[in-house]
Design a protein around this ligand. Structure first.
Ligand code: ADP
Ligand code: MG
Length: 392
């Protein structure tokens, strides 16, 4: 997919409407985690260094088209000023004359784009209004790129548009993992349910050389193949879909890896008695809550044989020990291989990211996407409207 970056455009004297993700967590009026704010700094600094003026557009929370005072971006302004080390002028409603009158290195922060329902409806009047405030559009919010909203997609058709540094970094990492990857490629897909990841599995089997299926969704595949899984989480009605994925994989030359051994317990709670069994030996009154050590050994061999890894979904119920063991061990293998320069590793998904942090492996991965829904839709092979609109 073609998209422009900051290197393709001249910014001197231009007012750049810059869509960012500063949807930070707050307690009272204090920002508790400034990660998202800190990450937009390279883009803001780059625009200013090249003579452009920055006008930030962002959503904050889910006000659903109404003005909700607690969700005003004015609460974020102090943290933004502290992180950027610059004056940030907050405006409820932007005004072109007022923006033009500001010094070129002032940063303007516009009120929550979702305070009107025209944003999520991608109403052309809102896109028009926003576009009239500047000369160019920079999208640095990959995490919002799967939604065609006025400030992410509509506006991009009205102004010369390009990706910000953060968006560029994310797109390059994802492109390196699934677009034109170094082969062989292994994908790990885990988590709770097949039904939420059918499109993902269907897309991956046509693109990767190895697909590791773990977590609760592996149970669904086992049941589909006639293996008993006792009281495990499994979607018994998804059998035909699972078999269809397996057939599709075979036709595409993608090797599927399911657990060869399992960790079972009678209760899902910390310290519950658990045992390791061969995959076909789950007792009728037990639940499979993790993959066993023989499975981890097999995954280690697969990871060692591959050059690229893309991972979404934990291999077990990692929130409770000892059922985090397979996820933690596999994550550490991937981290080690990445550190040694033998593997390109990309991961994303809310629970996946927390599992990798819990395993102490996140820092060594080549790229960790915090984009949630946008990351998944991209992995599913969907075109992200916010990215597609940066092509022209
Ligand atoms: P992500 O948020 O990274 O996309 P998911 O939300 O799809 O991941 O999956 C994570 C959830 O899957 C976790 O809550 C985890 O406990 C659950 N899970 C994984 N394996 C099992 C299992 N064998 N049985 C029940 N739940 C599981
Ligand atoms: Mg999740």
């Amino acid at each position: 997919m073609a998209w422009k970056t900051m290197d393709d455009v001249a910014l001197a004297g231009k007012t750049v409407l810059t869509r960012v993700d500063i949807n930070v967590p707050m307690e009272g009026d204090k920002v508790t985690d400034t990660t998202r704010i800190d990450k937009i700094k390279p883009t803001v600094e780059d625009i200013i260094a090249r003579g452009g003026k920055v006008v930030l557009l962002a959503h904050f929370g889910r006000p659903k088209g109404k003005i909700v005072p607690e969700m005003s971006l004015r609460h974020v302004q102090p943290a933004l000023e502290a992180s950027l080390g610059r004056k940030v002028v907050f405006v409820e409603r932007p005004d072109r004359a007022m923006i033009d009158a500001l010094p070129s290195d002032a940063v303007v922060l516009v009120e929550n784009t979702r305070f009107t329902d025209m944003e999520e409806a991608n109403d052309p009047r809102m896109a028009q209004f926003l576009a009239s405030m500047g000369d160019m559009f920079c999208n640095d919010a990959f995490s919002a790129a799967h939604r065609a909203h006025a400030s992410t997609e509509g506006i991009a058709h009205l102004l010369p548009s390009f990706a910000g540094r953060l968006m560029e970094e994310e797109l390059r990492a994802l492109e390196a993992a699934l677009g034109t990857p170094q082969r062989p490629v292994v994908a790990v897909v885990g988590g709770a349910k097949v039904s939420t990841k059918l499109e993902l599995l269907g897309n991956l089997v046509t693109k990767v050389d190895h697909l590791v299926i773990g977590g609760g969704m592996a149970n669904t595949f086992l049941v589909a193949q006639g293996v008993e899984v006792g009281k495990s989480l499994a979607e018994r009605d998804m059998g035909p879909m699972a078999l269809d994925i397996l057939a599709k994989a075979k036709a595409a030359g993608c090797t599927i890896h399911l657990p060869v051994d399992i960790v079972v317990a009678r209760e899902f709670k910390a310290g519950a008695a658990s045992e390791v069994l061969p995959v076909a030996a789950c007792p009728a009154d037990a639940m499979i809550l993790d993959a066993g050590p023989a499975t981890v050994t097999e995954l280690t061999r697969v990871f060692e044989a591959c050059k690229t890894l893309i991972w979404n979904g934990p291999l077990g119920a990692f929130e409770i020990t000892p059922f985090d063991a397979a996820t933690t061990a596999a994550a550490q293998v991937a981290a080690h291989l990445t550190r040694e320069g033998k593997l390109i590793s990309v991961a994303g998904g809310g629970d996946t990211v927390s599992a990798l942090h819990q395993a102490g492996a996140a820092g060594d991965f080549t790229f960790i996407s915090t984009a949630g829904g946008a990351f998944l839709e991209w992995m599913e092979g969907k075109i992200l409207p916010g990215v597609a609109a940066l092509g022209g």
